[in-house]
Design a protein around this ligand. Structure first.
Ligand code: 5GP
Ligand code: MN
Length: 344
C-alpha cells in the first residue's frame, strides 16, 4: 500500500501545474477493460484541465459503442496521420491494459519515436518489461478498470467519479471478470462496485448494453461454431473451436463477433482448457481459456503460441495454416495437460 501511495504522489506531480497534452493508449483488439479504463481515466485527466486523446491501434467492437467518450477515440488503423500527430505531440503517455508496447501495431513506432514524453503504465498483466517512467503494474487485480478505480480513489477521491466514469469502470470490471465469475474477485472489488453504485452506476443498463446488443448474424455464428466447429480432445479435458475466413465471411463477420466464444467449451463438465482459432489474412489468432488453478494458459500461450496473458485467459498468434495450428494445439495439449495438477 505504501508503495502504491508513493506512486500516486509521483503521479500527482506529473499531473499538477500547467495543463498537458496527454495520450492514453490501449491494446490491439481493444476489449471492455481496455476501452473502459482508458475512457474513465481520460475523463479524470480532462477534469484536471489536461488535453487528452485516447488512441487504439484498431477498432473496438460495436458492443462498446454506447460508452461515453468512445466516439472521440482515435483508431490508428483508420486515422493514421491523426494518431501519429497525437502521439508525437503528447507530453505524457499512459499505457493502459497491456504490458509491452510492441503489442500496439502501428502505434508502437509512434510511441517509440516520442522519446521525451514520460510513459506511465497502468496494467494488470503478468511480467511487464520494467522500462516505464512510472509503473502501476498489479497482476493480482481482476482488471485495469479496478486498478484505475484505485488510482482515482487515492488521487482525486471517489466524489470525482461521475456516472460515466462509474459506467466505464464497471464495464471494464464486468467484462474482465466474465461478469463476476472468475477467480479474481475480492471483497475490495465488491466494495469498489458498491461505491460505483453510490456514484450513479446502473448495472442492468451496462449489462444490457454490452451483452444484449448482438446482431442476429453473431448469434447464428455462435450457434454454427458450437454445433459444427467445437471439438473435444484428451478424453474431454481439452476443447477447441475454429473459424476460417470463409466461414466468417459467410456469417457477415464484424469485428468482435467471436469475442467470448472460447468460453463456451468450459461450460462442459470436465473441460480444463479451451482454445479458439480465428483466421485473419496474416495469421491465426489464438485465444485460450481455463478455470481455477489447474491449467495455466499464460504458460501454455507463451510456450506454444509466442503469446501470453493471464492464468485463465491468454492468447497468441500462429503463423502457419489453420489446419497446422490445430494440429500443433492437439500436440501441445497432449504434452501440457499431463504436467498440470488436474483434480479429476
Ligand atoms: P483474448 O483471448 O481475449 O484475445 O485475450 C485474452 C488475454 O490474452 C488478453 O488479456 C491478452 O492480454 C492476452 N493476449 C491475447 N493475445 C496475446 C498476444 O498475442 N500476446 C500476448 N502477450 N498476450 C496476448
Ligand atoms: Mn484487462
Amino acid at each position: 500500500m505504501e508503495e502504491f501511495l508513493n506512486k500516486i504522489t509521483t503521479l500527482k506531480e506529473y499531473l499538477t501545474g500547467a495543463p498537458k497534452r496527454i495520450a492514453v493508449v490501449t491494446h490491439t483488439n481493444p476489449d471492455g477493460d481496455a476501452i473502459g479504463s482508458s475512457l474513465a481515466w481520460a475523463e479524470v485527466l480532462v477534469s484536471l484541465g489536461h488535453e487528452v486523446s485516447c488512441l487504439v491501434p484498431n477498432r473496438y467492437p460495436s458492443f462498446l459503442g454506447w460508452m461515453q467518450g468512445v466516439e472521440n477515440v482515435v483508431v490508428a488503423k483508420e486515422s493514421q496521420e491523426l494518431a501519429a500527430e497525437k502521439v508525437a505531440a503528447a507530453e505524457l503517455v499512459f499505457i493502459m491494459d497491456l504490458n509491452k508496447i510492441d503489442r500496439l501495431d502501428t502505434l508502437t513506432e509512434a510511441i517509440e519515436a516520442n522519446t521525451t514524453a514520460p510513459r506511465i503504465l497502468v496494467d494488470h498483466h503478468l511480467s511487464p518489461p520494467n522500462d516505464y517512467t512510472l509503473q502501476f503494474s498489479y497482476p493480482d487485480l481482476c482488471s485495469t478498470a479496478f486498478l484505475t478505480y484505485k488510482i482515482i480513489e487515492q488521487m482525486v477521491g471517489i466524489d470525482s467519479i461521475s456516472v460515466s466514469i462509474a459506467e466505464n469502470l464497471y464495464a471494464g470490471i464486468m467484462t474482465d471478470t466474465g461478469n463476476f465469475a472468475f477467480s479474481t474477485l475480492t471483497p475490495d472489488l465488491m466494495r469498489a462496485v458498491a461505491v460505483l453504485l453510490e456514484r450513479g452506476l446502473n448495472i442492468p443498463k451496462v449489462h444490457t448494453a454490452v451483452y444484449d446488443s448482438y446482431t442476429a448474424d453473431r448469434v447464428k455464428l455462435l450457434g454454427y461454431s458450437l454445433c459444427h466447429k467445437m471439438k473435444l480432445l484428451e478424453e474431454g479435458r481439452a476443447a477447441y473451436l475454429s473459424l476460417s475466413e470463409r466461414e466468417m465471411r459467410q456469417h457477415n463477420f464484424q469485428l468482435g463477433d467471436s469475442e467470448g466464444f472460447v468460453n463456451y467449451p468450459l461450460t462442459i463438465v470436465g473441460v480444463k482448457i479451451s482454445a479458439m482459432f480465428t483466421e485473419t489474412r496474416k495469421f491465426i489468432r489464438v485465444s485460450l481459456r481455463s478455470r481455477g488453478d489447474e491449467v495455466d494458459v499464460n504458460v501454455f500461450a507463451r510456450k506454444y503460441f509466442g503469446g501470453g496473458g493471464h492464468k485463465n485467459a491468454a492468447g497468441g498468434k500462429s503463423f502457419v495454416s489453420l489446419r497446422e495450428t490445430i494440429e500443433n494445439y492437439k500436440k501441445a495439449v497432449a504434452e501440457f495437460l499431463p504436467t498440470c495438477d488436474l483434480k479429476d
